[in-house]
Design a protein around this ligand. Structure first.
Ligand code: GLU
Length: 380
């Protein structure tokens, strides 16, 4: 295992490191844990010296701002939470900047929302910006743009943000730092005998079950639990990127990549997905849902056929032509994702209609397909 691990991690060229609020925010006194960031930046400098490209996804804006604005727990009110993020993000970046400077490194801040990933053109621009930063030796430090992102445009939590970033940068490794030593076969907080898994070749249903329920195990300052971490890891490993889960309180990134730090290694799939498939499958958030009848669902599942209006029984969401939509079978299971050639209002007019009727109703130029098979990925 150790040899395999060395081989997998040794091949890392570009890595994305995600640091959670629990590691970054001093929960007792409030504020950023600057000494931790000092050690972290020193570790990043070691990785740079070893020729690795490092991208940081940081949490901690809300948690840091909370103390400054006098909140003991995360405010439930969205605007107040956003106010905390606006205040905390400055402190956070100030600390990163200073600590990276001490290592002779330059940090660059990028704040994102889900819309930056949805729009293919924006997504491309972002890729270019990040590549330009990396080419200049800058360490990108990324967070969600929490002070503007609300429900519809929110990425969600920073576990998802970090997997999105790893996917669009085609990283070789996603390193997630949390306050546990890795993935255990039971919750180590409640089961003292729980065993740490060192190597997970594939995220099976059994592995997912170890993470508990969605939303479980958040804390006063953090958002995601183990479940959201495994969702993020599943997305990247399916696309061919490796992932590692380690305890940020005890471990530094160079100890994982260049040493043999404790944690769980998740192997990426052998076959790498290309940029477009990665975007369709995992990164962008669908704007709407198409429900198919049984025949159309079977054709999509078994033959990867295009979706025609005749097979669509219902739609939801206000999507436009060119937006990403999710395709579901009659039981409501997710089947695929693809780019819709119709906007929602127009598609409503021709649900369940044969092509000839569609053309009669909408004119000869109306598209024959709702989603062309080349613009669709199956979700297995
Ligand atoms: N973006 C949030 C923050 O910086 C954290 C979200 C998360 O931890 O998942 O406070």
């Amino acid at each position: 295992m150790s040899e395999l691990r060395k081989k997998i991690l040794g091949e890392t060229r570009r890595l994305v490191v995600k640091i959670g609020s629990r590691v970054l925010v001093d929960s007792e006194h409030g504020g950023v844990r600057a000494p931790w960031i000092a050690g972290f930046t020193e570790s990043v400098a070691k990785l740079r010296a070893a020729g690795k490209e490092v991208v940081v996804v940081t949490s901690g804006a809300v948690g840091t701002g909370m103390a400054v604005l006098g909140y003991a727990t995360k405010p439930a009110n969205i605007a107040e939470k956003q106010a905390c993020a606006a205040v905390g993000q400055i402190d956070l970046m100030h600390t990163y900047r200073e600590m990276f400077q001490r290592q002779g490194l330059v940090a660059g801040q990028i704040l994102l929302t889900a819309d930056d990933f949805r729009d293919r053109a924006r997504y491309k621009n972002l890729q270019n910006t990040l590549n330009a930063l990396l080419a200049k030796g800058v360490i990108p430090v990324i967070n969600e743009n929490d002070s503007v992102a609300v429900a519809e445009i929110k990425v969600g939590d920073n576990d998802k943000l970090s997997s999105d970033v790893a996917l669009f940068l085609d990283a070789d490794l996603l390193l997630l730092f949390t306050d546990e030593d890795g993935l255990f076969d039971a919750n180590p907080k409640t089961h003292p005998g729980a065993r740490l898994l060192q190597f997970v070749p594939e995220i099976s249903a059994e592995i997912m079950a170890m993470a508990g329920k969605v939303g479980e195990a958040g804390s006063a300052v953090s958002t995601g639990g183990m479940r959201s971490k495994l969702d993020a890891i599943k997305a990247v490993t399916k696309s061919g990127c490796n992932a590692f889960l380690a305890n940020g309180m005890k471990t530094l990134p160079h100890e994982v990549v260049l040493g043999d730090a404790v944690g769980t290694l998740f192997a990426g799939a052998k076959r790498k997905l290309n940029s477009r498939s990665r975007w369709l499958s995992f990164v962008s958030t669908p704007k709407g849902v198409l429900q198919l009848d049984a025949g159309a669902a079977r054709a999509v599942r078994e033959k990867h056929s295009s979706v025609l209006p005749v097979g669509v029984t219902a739609i939801s969401g206000r999507f436009r032509e060119g937006d990403l939509v999710e395709v579901r079978d009659p039981e409501g299971n997710s089947l695929a994702r693809g780019i819709s050639l119709f906007d929602a209002a127009t598609l409503k007019l021709v649900l369940g209609q044969k092509t000839a009727t569609v053309k009669t109703r909408l004119g000869a130029d109306a598209p024959e397909m709702v989603i062309h098979k080349n613009d669709m990925v199956l979700l297995s």
